[in-house]
Design a protein around this ligand. Sequence first.
Ligand code: ADP
Ligand code: CIR
Length: 354
Amino acid sequence: THNPNTNTQKPRLQKKPEFQNGCKSLLSKYLTDDVFQQLNGVSDKFGYSLAELINSGVVNQNSSIGVYAGSPDSYSTFAPLLNQIIQEYHGYDPADLHKSDWDVSKCNFEPLDDKYCMSTRIRFARNLADFPLGTKITKEQRRQVESLAKEAFQKFEGELLGTYHSLANMDKQTQKQLIEEHYLFKEGDKYLEAAGLNRDWPDGRGIFINHSKTFLIWVNEEDQFRVISMQKGGDIKAVFGRLSNAHTIINKVAKFAYNDHLGAISTCPTNIGTGLRASIHVKLPLLSKDMETFEKIAEKNHVQIRGIHGEHSESEGGIFDISNKRRIGFSEVELVHDMFNGVKEMIEKEKELE
Ligand code: ADP
Ligand code: CIR
């Protein structure tokens, strides 16, 4: 039987895949007949084809984006499709240059109220320059990435000191608990599955956790690295400061896939550039009853509303994950301000409704 989950796609598709009525993915919008004719049969330097690039969005018609890159080279090989997705999602043009600024002293955040802000988390995504992305990586290469990571983790000091836990050695109960507590990535995501990102699971995957559980690194999930700073409450500056420090240290020991236009290369085009997603779990039981107003505030501030167990999950107890939507075209400092502004306005609205 055909298994859409392994990425053994034929390099050339017989015809353009069909998208159901009501399919709203950016893939369905920008994979026009012309773009399809131009790219069908084309592969990037690592042999990743259009069929592989779009499989997740073809199999999962409710995708919001629908594509995953196979290597840094996918972004130029499939530019006629990916540039349009990047333009619509981030508002970023093919001639734009990536910006970066981790200067914590430029953060003008007044403390947000802990009554509304349950916890704050900021992460950035990275992949190594010399490997294909997780969609196309081999089992051996994935293990090499994990080994390099484990070596680098040994060099952490002070607040970043901690332990690496490989998923293959973790008992189910510990895994379940770490997921429920929002530390660990979940298992069996159907979007990742259809992009070949779950091959050989759980081999080569794992999580580094510091002693106070405020600094974490996911290894070989959607991206090879997701570097995370998180803590209870709404002290954004503390969370950003810790991540900024880690960013400096990590950049000294790893050579990441990067260029001046795209910034850091990620598997999903939503994460290129800074790879940064800053979020707060905010309690908004009243505002969230009026989804129209809630979504209007989100759009105005360039923030995204997610459920409490991550993307594609539902809310619980009126708590939502509010984060910056864009990741490129603006510096890390600016993107964290997007999140701050959105959350601040949402809390003000919630207070009006009380
Ligand atoms: P990402 O895009 O950063 O990988 P996901 O939406 O997949 O994020 O969520 C990953 C995990 O991080 C989930 O368990 C989610 O609940 C948790 N998470 C996200 N933001 C916060 C936050 N502000 N506080 C606590 N946990 C969070
Ligand atoms: C979708 O298209 O809905 C999924 N492939 C997820 C898209 C963006 N999310 C992400 O975490 N990169």
